[in-house]
Structures are given as structure tokens and as C-alpha cells.
Design a protein around this ligand. Structure first.
Ligand SMILES: C[S@@+](CC[C@H](N)C(=O)[O-])C[C@H]1O[C@@H](n2cnc3c(N)ncnc32)[C@H](O)[C@@H]1O
Length: 334
């Protein structure tokens, strides 16, 4: 009984840790501590951030308990090793700082709970700007790992991306990937497709802000509506392929849209294919993501599912690799 109680309580402790991290990120407490290698007392931290001293003390103890802060003595706190990169450096490949915010958006668990009796479904155009921003923040680390490092691991892919080549990013969302692709492959023609108009507006804004106007053509369409033939050298889909309404139609459309020899790259969460995998930390996080996916009427897929899908639609030289325990790439050639 004691051991079973411990399991429940460890989930409660995890919740406390995640809320603590989210408060520290929202109020810039980690950022302030990162500037002081010798650490700050709660009083000093409160003064620096113009927030309540007593509350900061409460937060510091919780963050120390969660092992994201260390306490080197004299009542001071510092960031624990690596936390500057993991929580604050948006371009670090292992950046985790966007995850607490996505988990805490009402779209993830609150709306699921409200809809549980009715089973009502939703789609991206009914989600909030905050949700789309939070998801895009999580997708960012996937792009950091994929462009160009992950793509370089796909046999023959980057060799094709010289002048006259073209890349389509399917379900490009808020455009972080398109901007990365435009920079990494300056000679390639870049196209972004998404079914959500609001996300495409964010993409336009991002490309403008990053001085990349005219570098990417945008198409508002579903993957199921993609109707092009022999056009692209590479098609990329980041954390979205599992969301297709009709994944067979979408995959057949991608196959048709690729030039002969072109490559389809699916970069996604590798949902565990065994019950054992569900009980790992990555598996548990992915079962959390399923609460949103369920509301848009899909579920994450396993690497094996994607390999089967590509094989079924005529792709050859199918391969896959894991970049992190929550990020896998599956690829195939036309
Ligand atoms: C999880 S977000 C990822 C966005 C982006 N790839 C990223 O990593 O930040 C999923 C995106 O896929 C788009 N999407 C989902 N299903 C789609 C479909 N069948 N056709 C086109 N876009 C789709 C949504 O509009 C949304 O922008």
C-alpha cells in the first residue's frame, strides 16, 4: 500500500514541480538567477524582479525541491547545472522551456475534461492564439534538431537541395521551420502549406520580421487537398502527420507531389508501440499530448506505423532514426 501511495504522490509532486517551473519562466525568475553565477537570496531576487519577497522565498524552496535550483549556501540560490540551456536557451536542441506552458493551456486537459461526456471534437481554427503560440514554441526544438542536422542524416537528401530544387513543408504552422529551411537551404525554393489560416498569418509575420519576405510561398490547404505532381525534391512534416483526417489520402498526395527520387521526411513524436513504453517518462508525456490529439480526433503514431504507411504508398528506401526519446524521423523516397 505504501508503494502504491508513493506512485500517486509522485504524480502530485511532479505537478508541483511543473507549476513551479512555469511560474519561474513566466516571471523571469530563472532568467534573473542565470545572470548571477554566485546566486541570489530571495530578497535580492525579489528586488531585482520587483516582486514580493515572501512569495519569492516560497518559489525558491519549491524550485530547489524540484532540483532546478541549487543552494550553494548563505541563503542564496543558483540555477542547477544545465538549467540555463534546458529552460532558457530557445535554440538549444534540448530546450524544454516551452513544455510547461503547452501542458497548462486549457486546450490540453481542461477542454478534454469538459468534453469527456459529449465526446465533442474540435480543430485548430477553434483553438486560442495562446495555444498556437505554445505549440509552436514546443515545435521549435524539433526544428532545431531537424534543420539541418536531422535532415543531413537522411541519405541523399541534402545533396538534392542546390539551385533549382524545391522543398514543401506540410503543416508548417507558425513558420519557425520555414524560416529555418530558408536559411539552411538558400538556393532551394520553399513552400509552406497549412490548413489553418491564422497559423499562416503568423508565418507571414515571422518571415517578414526575419527579413525573409518572398523566400517562401504559402498555400492554405489541407494535406488531403494537396494536388500537385512531380514538383518537390523534399516534403517535410513536423509533429503534424498524425493529425491528418485521411492519412492515406494525404500520403498518396505527398507521393504524387514529389519528383521521382524525392524524399518525404516525417519528424514526429514516436508514440510507444508497447505497453511497457507507455510507462517511461517520454511515454507518459506522450500520453499527455494525446488528450489534445483526441479532441482533434486523432492519436500520435508509432515509428512502425509510419514505416508501414510509407511502404503501403510505394515509398522505397524507407528508414528511421531517433533524435531524442520524444523525437523520431521516418523517411522514404519516391
Ligand atoms: C502541432 S502543429 C505543428 C505546426 C508546425 N509544424 C510546428 O512544428 O510548429 C500542427 C499543424 O498542422 C496543421 N494541420 C493539421 N492537420 C492538417 C491537415 N490535415 N492539413 C493541413 N494542415 C494540418 C494545423 O493547422 C497546425 O498548424
Amino acid at each position: 500500500m505504501k508503494r502504491q501511495a508513493g506512485k500517486v504522490l509522485s504524480h502530485v509532486a511532479g505537478y508541483v514541480g511543473m507549476r513551479t517551473i512555469e511560474i519561474g519562466l513566466t516571471h523571469g525568475l530563472f532568467e534573473a538567477l542565470a545572470k548571477h553565477a554566485v546566486g541570489l537570496t530571495p530578497e535580492q531576487l525579489a528586488a531585482e524582479k520587483s516582486v514580493d519577497e515572501f512569495y519569492v522565498g516560497v518559489w525558491c524552496r519549491a524550485a530547489y525541491a524540484a532540483e532546478v535550483l541549487e543552494s550553494p549556501g548563505s541563503g542564496r540560490y543558483t540555477l542547477a547545472p544545465g538549467m540555463d540551456k534546458l529552460l532558457l536557451d530557445e535554440d538549444f536542441p534540448g530546450y524544454l522551456g516551452a513544455i510547461p506552458s503547452v501542458m497548462l493551456q486549457p486546450e490540453m486537459f481542461d477542454h478534454f475534461s469538459e468534453r469527456l461526456p459529449s465526446g465533442e471534437r474540435t480543430w485548430w481554427d477553434r483553438t486560442s492564439p495562446e495555444w498556437i503560440a505554445a505549440v509552436s514554441g514546443t515545435g521549435r526544438s524539433f526544428y532545431t534538431r531537424l534543420v539541418p542536422g536531422g535532415l543531413e542524416r537522411v541519405p541523399g537528401l541534402t545533396d538534392r537541395l542546390g539551385s533549382g530544387s524545391s522543398i514543401i513543408e506540410l503543416a508548417c504552422g507558425a513558420g519557425i521551420g520555414l524560416a529555418r529551411l530558408a536559411r539552411a537551404f538558400p538556393e532551394a525554393d520553399i513552400v509552406g502549406l497549412d490548413g489553418d489560416a491564422y497559423s499562416l498569418n503568423l508565418t507571414t509575420r515571422r518571415l517578414t520580421e526575419e527579413g525573409l519576405v518572398g523566400r517562401a510561398r504559402l498555400i492554405e490547404s489541407s494535406l488531403e487537398g494537396l494536388d500537385e505532381t512531380d514538383r518537390y525534391d523534399v516534403a517535410i512534416n513536423n509533429i503534424s502527420m498524425h493529425e491528418c483526417r485521411d492519412i492515406d489520402k494525404a500520403t498518396a498526395n505527398v507521393y504524387r507531389a514529389l519528383k521521382p527520387g524525392g524524399t518525404f521526411v516525417i519528424s514526429d513524436f514516436p508514440f510507444p508501440s508497447s505497453e511497457e513504453g507507455l510507462r517511461t517518462v517520454p511515454g507518459r508525456i506522450m500520453t499527455g499530448i494525446q488528450f489534445f490529439e483526441g479532441q482533434i480526433d486523432d492519436q500520435l503514431l508509432s515509428v512502425e506505423d509510419y514505416v508501414t504507411l510509407l511502404g503501403k504508398h510505394g515509398f522505397r528506401e524507407i528508414g528511421s532514426f531517433e533524435i531524442t526519446p520524444v523525437h523520431a524521423v521516418v523517411h522514404g523516397r519516391k
